[in-house]
Design a protein around this ligand. Structure first.
Ligand code: JB3
Length: 221
């Protein structure tokens, strides 16, 4: 991993600003160079006193992978595809994504975290977990012992994964959802907000309700 503090956040919407707030509270770890966003109306504005510099092309024209590390500020509410695409596009150009871990998150030293993972304020990750690349453990989510979370997944605010749960790549676990012990949630799934999942969820499914009913997902994953 490169040893530099200069970072750029991709996306200056709700999630990008949450990350900016955390980054600015950790000056010993980060120097926030700016945001980039595809919305031309946002370019030139300032967020928390930091400039929206340009779009993704501006980033690649002006900063090499040796100049900065990146933070993926694209969130997800149902579908993690855009977040994944942004991560993979910049990785293919040689950029590195750095982890963002809020000072208010509680992480076991006996868990491992992939490239560019983001652990937001109030989140708890207990021992024995393996959290994949580009994954968000959002505000006050709870990931208990020995969970495995795939790449590009999002555990939304207040969601609970009990012990020994596995979550596949690109799956969205909605706000306040609960998954009981030992279940397997496949890749590309959507667990709706507030669902209580009591059985395995096959890849590409939606789980919704209490207890959750499982149906095939209609959107592309
Ligand atoms: O649930 C919580 C706590 N947060 C949600 C988060 C996880 O997901 C939040 O409430 C939002 O619903 C969502 O946040 P996000 O992804 O920041 O959405 P939004 O506020 O709509 O902002 C997305 C920003 O990304 C917009 O400014 C877009 O213009 C920008 N954007 C989209 N695609 C992009 C690209 N910017 C760049 N640089 N490149 C892109 O390809």
């Amino acid at each position: 991993m490169n040893d530099f503090r200069r970072v750029i956040i991709i996306g200056c919407g709700g999630h990008g600003r949450v990350l900016g707030d955390i980054v600015l509270s950790q000056p010993e770890r980060f120097e926030l160079v700016g945001f980039v966003d595809r919305n031309t109306d946002a370019i030139g504005s300032r967020i928390f006193g930091v400039s929206v510099l340009g779009d993704d092309g501006f980033l690649t024209r002006n900063f090499t992978p040796s100049d900065v590390r990146l933070i993926n500020g694209i969130g997800s509410v149902r579908d993690t595809t855009l977040r994944r695409k942004v991560f993979e596009m910049f990785k293919s150009l040689g950029y590195e994504f750095c982890p963002v871990i809020s000072n208010g998150a509680r992480l076991s030293k006996r868990s491992v975290f992939g490239e560019g993972c983001q652990i937001i304020t109030g989140a708890v990750v207990q021992h024995g977990c393996d959290v994949g690349d580009n994954t968000i453990i959002n505000t006050s989510a709870s990931v208990d012992h020995d969970c495995v979370i795939g790449n590009h997944s999002h555990i939304a605010p207040g969601a609970t994964l009990s012990g020994l749960v596995s979550v596949g790549d690109g799956t969205h676990i909605g706000s306040g959802a609960t998954v009981i012990q030992g279940l397997r949630i496949g890749e590309g799934c959507l667990v709706a907000a507030g669902a209580v999942v009591v059985s395995d969820v096959p890849a590409g499914s939606i789980a919704m309700g209490v207890p959750a009913r499982i149906t095939a997902r209609q959107v592309s994953i």
